[in-house]
Design a protein around this ligand. Structure first.
Ligand SMILES: Cc1cc2nc3c(=O)[nH]c(=O)nc-3n(C[C@H](O)[C@H](O)[C@H](O)COP(=O)(O)OP(=O)(O)OC[C@H]3O[C@@H](n4cnc5c(N)ncnc54)[C@H](O)[C@@H]3O)c2cc1C
Length: 477
């Protein structure tokens, strides 16, 4: 084996890889393989322990102390690695699987080579910790008298609940879905994140004393005014679920759905829920057009292929990004490069610079064909870069199922937000101050609901920060 000092030059990056597409398309189980222990130790050895670790201080929103846990992994000291990782990240078993890893984008080894495989090392530490029994519910005997209500059990709400509970506060998490986890549970497909991983964490949190009230919609089953009166502080972490719509002729046709109901329904079916025949959104035997080239769209591609779609095309209005880091996003910034999810390697095709103009239906009012045109991105007269239709580039696609995955515009209208009279910004996101407090005293906000649709790691960081603000506020009192 190379010496640790030279490992980054001598040992190439190796990822554990994925199950073969023809095999993994037959089920919804995790596609990524778990790396073996020797593999992970070898990859951890590639960490240069550089003087200024940008992975830790710049890339990771949680400021994970990457060089230190890498050193322990390399030496086989898993307990120490876990202690360091879990100090900054309460849920590395999630981020180790689904984080796009901004830490790797800012890894110094990545300036002119392959970055350290930090995400996989993180997953390995987390799973080793569960296997070895390092992850245990803490006995929270000493409780404070204050209680905090959290609305929403996505990563932001979970992180806030976890931190407040560890500080001794009494925490109740309200969630309108049947099970806790937010998009981790209902949204991100099982093949990226199997749901036993979410359930395992929720169970631990319950054992530590966090109370989850699922199937309770705040604003309908309970008012937010009630929460405000009953609890010492309230944290809103309801996410940003209002999808961007497609405004084209034919939008009203049958067979056109937003991505989330499609993805959520698949998870519910896998959970054993019975869905009425006439409500099932299925890609089986259909030509599928996924509109929107991002992660949500990619999840629709993978789900459609598993359901047995005849064909799948993912359309994106932006041009195809470069494969190499472009000068406008230099290291250590997040690179604007082409991203291929595991779903893209399973089938289907992608169309870039494609703008959908209308959807054609049949006599029964069902979608049948999508009409689109290629666009060029040029500066217009006012200096803004905008798409312009390329004459003669019109094309059509057969599409009996059209899935809209064009991002999320905000939290949408929420009764519980209106009840409290919270101030919103121009886009409808909840306004907060530097203490994470909304314009109503004792009401705090975290996650996508205030910062806009983002990443799990950012929601966790935001939830942790918000919990810190609540602790300070209640402590000060
Ligand atoms: C399909 C999809 C795939 C994604 N894949 C990835 C990925 O691979 N990696 C990554 O880093 N990020 C991914 N993201 C983004 C990431 O999931 C989100 O940024 C993150 O979940 C936001 O966390 P949150 O806690 O703010 O909100 P959410 O996860 O949206 O959770 C909010 C919760 O609040 C509940 N709620 C809302 N209103 C009420 C109410 N009135 N009463 C009670 N409960 C309520 C909702 O039901 C929900 O469970 C993905 C997003 C989507 C949509």
């Amino acid at each position: 084996m190379s010496s640790k000092d030279r490992a980054f030059m001598e040992i190439p990056r190796r990822d554990a890889g994925y199950r073969r597409p023809e095999e993994r398309l037959k089920d919804f189980s995790a596609v990524e393989l778990r790396p073996g222990e020797d593999h992970v130790r070898e990859q951890a050895m590639r960490c240069m322990d550089c003087g200024v670790p940008f992975c830790h201080g710049y890339g990771c929103p949680l400021s994970n102390v990457v060089p230190e846990f890498n050193e322990h992994v390399f030496n086989g000291r898993w307990r120490e690695a876990w202690d360091i990782l879990s100090t900054t990240n309460p849920f590395p078993e999630f981020t180790g699987r689904i984080c796009p890893a901004p830490c790797e984008a800012s890894c110094v080894a990545g300036i002119n080579g392959d970055p350290v495989a930090i995400r996989q090392i993180e997953m390995a530490i987390a799973e080793k910790a569960f296997e070895e029994g390092f992850v245990k519910a803490r006995n929270m005997e000493r409780r404070r008298k204050e209680s905090v209500a959290i609305v929403g059990s996505g990563p932001a709400g979970l992180a806030a609940a976890w931190r407040l509970n560890r500080a001794g506060f009494n925490v109740i998490v309200y969630e309108d879905s049947p099970r806790a986890g937010g998009i981790l549970r209902y949204g991100i497909p099982n093949f990226k994140l199997e749901k036993w991983i979410v359930d395992r964490r929720i169970k631990l949190m319950e054992e530590e004393g966090i109370h989850f009230e699922t199937g309770v919609e705040i604003g309908k089953d309970l008012s937010s005014r009630y929460l405000h009166g009953r609890f010492d502080a309230v944290i809103l972490a309801g996410g940003a679920r209002e999808p961007r719509d497609l405004v084209v002729p034919g939008r009203e046709l049958k067979g056109i759905h937003f991505a989330m109901p499609f993805l959520i329904q698949q998870t519910r079916i896998l959970d054993g829920e019975q869905i009425a025949e006439d409500r099932i959104i299925s890609a089986k035997g259909k030509n599928v057009a996924v509109i929107g080239g991002g992660d949500t769209g990619a999840d629709c591609v993978g789900t459609s292929l598993r359901q047995g779609a005849k064909s799948v095309v993912q359309l994106e209005i932006l041009p195809e990004p470069p494969r190499m880091r472009p000068p406008r996003t230099p290291w250590p910034e997040w690179p604007a490069i082409l991203r291929e999810s595991s779903s893209h390697k399973e089938g289907g095709s992608r169309a870039w610079s494609a703008s959908v103009k209308r959807i054609e239906g049949d006599s029964s009012g069902s979608a049948r064909k999508l009409h689109a045109v290629k666009v060029s991105w040029e500066k217009n007269d006012s200096g803004a870069v905008a798409p312009a239709d390329i004459p003669g580039s019109d094309f059509t696609l057969d599409a009996e199922l059209v899935l809209l995955a064009m991002g999320f515009v905000g939290p949408g209208k929420n009764k519980y937000v209106e009840e409290l009279g919270l101030a919103l910004d121009k886009k409808g996101f909840i306004v907060r101050d530097s203490r994470n407090m909304t314009t109503v005293p004792r009401v705090f906000v975290a996650g996508d609901m205030t910062r806009g649709a983002s990443l799990v790691v950012r929601a966790i960081a935001d939830g942790m920060g918000c919990a810190g603000s609540v602790m300070k506020f209640l402590g000060e009192k």
